[in-house]
Design a protein around this ligand. Sequence first.
Ligand SMILES: [Zn+2]
Length: 239
Amino acid sequence: MVTWFRKVFNPIFFRQNMQVNLLNTIVLTIAGSQADGLVDMLYNKKNMNEFLIAKKLKLTINQVRNILYKLADEGLVSFTRKKDTKKGGWYIYYWTLNLGKSLFRFKERLEHEIENLKNQISTKKSATFFSCKHCGLELTQENALLHDYTCPECGEALDIKETTVEVHALEKEIVKREQILAEVSQELGGVIDKEDKARVRKTKAELKKKKAERDVRRKKVAKEKAKLLKGKKGKKKKK
Ligand SMILES: [Zn+2]
């Protein structure tokens, strides 16, 4: 839980592109350190050939596929495939990073961790723990009572464990995550806006295309009708 987070808090992280690093962090968390460099390759591009990815990451095609399948399971990447006619008709997969979905997953993860930390705090605040200053042994209240508030290892009287410091440390962790969460939410808002606009544009274009096709069909029908009518009239005249 802490390792990926430490990476986010690396000072270099903030100097570089926020979005790329957020994505890199989530990809590494899911797919492991072998996936390092993948986001740089996929970011702002579409349909990357998997053989090219393997070559650039210095991995085998199977290693790359394993990574990408893991990410695809989470919806972070998607693919199209084409038959390779040159190499015996095998499929080649072309991969695209799903920016919105990736940021969304990252946001979910942060929220989950914040929830988790809050639970830890409430446990620490509600329960009393006892400890031995000699052996560092930690006991719950029930266990301490069972041993008559003496250490089961050395017999020393147990102290009530002070949790203030621990709670404070956990609260700090929450604040850090909330800061990142705010930034992720902002990034995500921008991406969703962009994707929405793109979708609206696409729908409009599709509607326009359909209308044009309909018009063509209508004109054709009208023409056929006109032809038919003309033919009938012609026949009538002959009579
Ligand atoms: Zn002890």
